[in-house]
Design a protein around this ligand. Sequence first.
Ligand code: CP
Ligand code: NVA
Length: 307
Amino acid sequence: MRGLRHLTCTADLSPQEIEEIFSIAQRLKKALTKGKRDSFLKGKTLALIFEKSSLRTRVSFEVAMHQLGGDSIYLSKHDIELGQREAVKDVAHTISRYVHVVALRTFGQEVIEEMTRYSSVPVINALSDAYHPCQALTDLFTLREKLGKLEGMTLAYVGDANNVARSLACLSARLGVNFRIASPAGYQLSPTFMEEVEKRAQRKAIYQTDDPQEAAKGADVLYTDTWVSMGQENEAEVRRKVFKDYQVNSSLLRLAKERVLVMHCLPAHRGEEITDEVLDGPHSIVFDQAENRLHVQKAILKFLLRD
Ligand code: CP
Ligand code: NVA
């Protein structure tokens, strides 16, 4: 019998465990295309506690549970009013008596940590202000699928050093991917975060600059995300000015490798962090990424719920 496991950020997983999740995802994806169904989550229920909006994360988790024979229940911020109507720890104690796994989308990472402290079932970080581990796992799974091997390739992220960027940095470092990030001053990865990540890397893994062109030069992959994450709506005007030169467009693409892959976790803000031309163009793999959320969510559930 294994102990209780959670997925708060990708540092919770060893490289072997990441590999295990990737191979489960690959197997389940293949099985699905052949019309084979595995019902190993029969009798299990997932609670999705979401304090922020979602398309991909919510739908992929719900469909994953359904396809694997389980059930899910969605609780929006108005249902629970986490930490307001009731303390996080009381919610954690109570919900653990009803369901087998919880996916939590919230603001502060401390809410995720608090939920894991008091929950007696696995808790999955379905996005916090600090991390988006399910997204980064899917992204590197997708790249491995496309490129065959991850080690030594260069992923250049252009834009805000946000939750998605932080999770990509952590996971890239773990898997031997060179992670370059171009963000404007004041919106960069903190030195403490970078030090922590480098400690878990096999070699120097992160290179940070404020120059998008420098980051893009010769890159295998160009990645971007919104300039204004959920919860930052009141900074939108300022951010749009600060980030205006941090756009993934065709001139940036020309600096990267000829067969560069373009990624975006979505939702995209067309004409802001990415142009229509690039998002809809031949280098873009954004909808393959979105599809793979389903296969990787299944693998995460299987990994956390096995006896
Ligand atoms: N990429 C992602 O997590 O999308 P949603 O916010 O729609 O879930
Ligand atoms: N950085 C974005 C990711 C959305 C999937 C946000 O937090 O809003």
